[in-house]
Design a protein around this ligand. Sequence first.
Ligand code: EPZ
Length: 426
Amino acid sequence: MSAIPDKNAGEIHIRGGVRLQGKVKIQGSKNAALPILAATILTEGENCLKDCPKISDVYRMLRLLQSLGGHVRWEGDGVCVSTGSITTRDMPADAITGMRSSLCLLGALLARCGSIVMEYPGGCVIGERPIDLHLQALKQMGVRFHEEDGRICGQAPEGLSGADISLALPSVGATENIVLAAVTAKGRTRVRGAAREPEVEALCRYLNACGARIDGVGSSELEIQGVERLHGVSYRIPTDRIVAGTYLYAALGTRGCVLLEQAPCGHMQAVIRMAERMGALCQETGEGLYVQSLGELLSPALIRTGVYPGFPTDMQSVALAVATMAAGETRIEERIFENRFRVAEPLRRMGADIRQTDSGSLWVKGGCRLHGERVEACELRGGAALVVAGLMAEGETQITGCEFIERGYENICKDLRELGARIYSV
Ligand code: EPZ
């Protein structure tokens, strides 16, 4: 297999009504792997990242690193990356456009090369996705930005300097870019109001293993003392809490009984508590997370997303799909992104009773019986929600737009087939 195969988008067909049973190994985390791959730019020598997920967002990032002069090779269950010859002198076009989806390259390239060119990252289906917090923080560290031909150009000719930064919002991406810019900057950087998501923690742990000096890891107050150089390491990417959560809710929704091997239980507490309120028995074991439906699917009354350790926004659509069949009414409040209810429309076509309230939340009547339909995924986590709905529905569901699902799930069909689902890529 070439280091980076092209996507093989197709359709997913599911014949629902099967209780999931058995065990499945959880893949490495997409949102930990991406910033860590960007961080390899800061290191001398080779990095070997075990359990790096084979998903299209990772392939895209690897292509970007290669286009900038990096060397990439898959070895066993991981990927090895050397970035000694990376330069941004003449940034290739796909690096400039690709940066939009791999924003965490911003901080790393400015730290390593002192300059970047990137297209203005537009919004996406789930929201506007502004980057004002990223740019403000990097300016405080000595970066000068200007616009040229509709692109953002950033320069730090004197290199980056530490700064005291207070984030107005605990932005995951902005926190990651600040850390990436600060670990080899001159002096000390303090970040107040930093994001505490496990993926930020994983990035900090990887960087400290490379020789960085980051204190406060996992908290909202980070202190980073810049160092001269960082060395490559072997590092195991933590397992993906959203993939594990997706399969947890699939087991609950199909009244199944499943062991999620190596699920990161410690980083899934809000998701586990919510599943227990909806009728799951969850047990953290040495092998991972054991989840068993207790029979009745119950409404949790309210699902409200929030920053970590709150209920993750990336789990909202999947929980919505299950709530449509739960006994009782559920209100869904999305507090992170402004447009993350797109999946409600195809779920309605499958028989769900979901209404938008005037306060911008969703009201789910519950107790409905979903039936199979031909539906289209238009973003990653909404696509995963349609898979879960298809597993629960009577009859056949056909899902198009599967390239979105492949961005984050290594092989959702194979994983779920191992649990007994009648699900196929066609
Ligand atoms: C990361 O996105 C994740 N992506 C998202 O996962 C996840 O949903 C999100 O964090 C929240 O947990 C990756 O890690 C690659 P944010 P990010 O900056 O960094 C606003 C998935 O499905 N904001 O924490 O973009 C922003 O508009 C993806 O795997 C600003 O206003 O999220 C949003 O409302 C989807 N200005 C909120 O903050 C800024 O400069 C949270 O965004 C930056 C963000």
